[in-house]
Ligand binder design. Structure first.
Ligand SMILES: Cc1cc2nc3c(=O)[nH]c(=O)nc-3n(C[C@H](O)[C@H](O)[C@H](O)COP(=O)(O)OP(=O)(O)OC[C@H]3O[C@@H](n4cnc5c(N)ncnc54)[C@H](O)[C@@H]3O)c2cc1C
Length: 305
């Protein structure tokens, strides 16, 4: 396996996505980032995250979010004053639509962080001599690089799939289509796995650097610090698991996913996996029915005491 694609974020993205070719503006941005951006980013981190403002070339501020007038009104008057964002009764849908979009962004951010952490580890391993060989040439280390690169590419494909699906369904409003439910399941899977991968890759990258991995100068510890939040905000792992279960139970999104995967993976593997999921879902349903019965009986049990 060649690690060449790991060295630049854009070549990594191109190598993992079938239909992605970097536009010229993105290539220019990457060149700027390598020449100047990286230095600014390092300096900002060492200064302890100072108050940062960004401006475009004409001096206009570009780091502020443009909120709608309804949002400002709500901030001013408070949630309870009767100012509604959108239609009454639709609040939960609005929140979930926003959350699902930000989970896709989180997935791409997680993959980007893991790619950077791995590229730094690679650069270190290509220069560090241990026991008469470059670190990257030690068989155990080489094997870990191969395995982690494979996982990183898989996470990138999953994150990109969630983006493609979001692109298709983001304008849908309730009642949502099956395609939307498929998107929801893929977004939960992607948020969960990519955030976990980012943390694990950043931790491993520190280990590859050995003792130097704990020093700020080598950046490796920064990736772990930054990766930790990816698994918490936009809903921690438990939330992703519970919401994914809900969309499978109520909307049968797993069947849509298996339909989507048919032809891409061996049929027998897909059938085995689907049967396992169905078994778990039935078990959960039975457990809930049992629990409902107990909850109904609970007041009578108290009376009997
Ligand atoms: C730096 C930072 C920035 C943030 N920015 C924003 C922002 O801009 N906008 C915004 O709206 N929010 C923001 N958040 C909030 C963030 O989304 C929440 O912190 C996050 O979703 C977790 O919710 P919580 O803190 O209430 O944890 P809790 O809900 O108290 O969860 C605590 C733990 O319990 C687990 N848990 C909860 N329920 C269950 C259950 N039923 N079963 C099993 N386990 C469960 C959780 O997974 C978690 O591990 C931000 C948070 C941080 C740390």
């Amino acid at each position: 396996m060649s690690f060449q694609d790991l060295e630049s974020p854009l070549s990594f993205l191109e190598s993992t996505q079938i239909n992605f070719r970097s536009p010229q503006w993105l290539k220019e941005y990457e060149a700027w980032w390598q020449a100047e951006g990286q230095g600014i980013s390092d300096a900002v981190d060492r200064a302890g995250t100072p108050w940062l403002r960004m401006f475009d070339l004409s001096g206009k501020r570009v780091d502020q979010i443009l909120y709608s007038p309804e949002y400002w009104r709500m901030l001013k008057h408070g949630y309870r004053s009767g100012w509604l964002l959108g239609q009454s009764g639709n609040g939960i849908y609005l929140i979930l639509e926003v959350l699902n979009a930000s989970r896709v962004a989180n997935s791409l951010g997680s993959v980007a962080l893991a790619q950077r952490a791995m590229a730094d580890a690679l650069s270190f391993a290509r220069n560090r001599m241990v026991f008469g060989k470059l670190l990257i040439e030690q068989p155990l280390m080489r094997r870990q690089f191969d395995e982690r690169f494979r996982q990183l590419r898989a996470a990138a494909r999953l994150a990109w799939k969630s983006l493609e699906l979001l692109n298709e369904v983001w304008q849908q409003r309730p009642p949502y289509s099956d395609r939307y439910h498929l998107f929801r399941l893929v977004a939960h899977l992607s948020k969960y796995w990519s955030a976990e991968l980012a943390v694990q890759t950043a931790k491993w990258s520190m280990e590859v650097h050995g003792g130097l991995g704990t020093l700020q100068e080598f950046r490796a510890e920064r990736w772990l610090r930054e990766a930790m939040i990816l698994a918490i905000w936009e809903g921690p792992s438990h939330r992703q698991i519970l919401d994914a279960l809900e969309v499978m139970e109520r909307k049968h999104a797993h069947k849509l996913l298996f339909q989507h995967l048919s032809g891409l993976a061996p049929t027998s593997d897909l059938e085995t996996m689907q049967a396992q999921i169905e078994r778990h879902l039935t078990r959960a349903k039975k457990w809930k029915q049992e629990r409902k019965r107990w909850l109904r009986a609970w007041p009578y049990l108290l009376l009997m005491r």
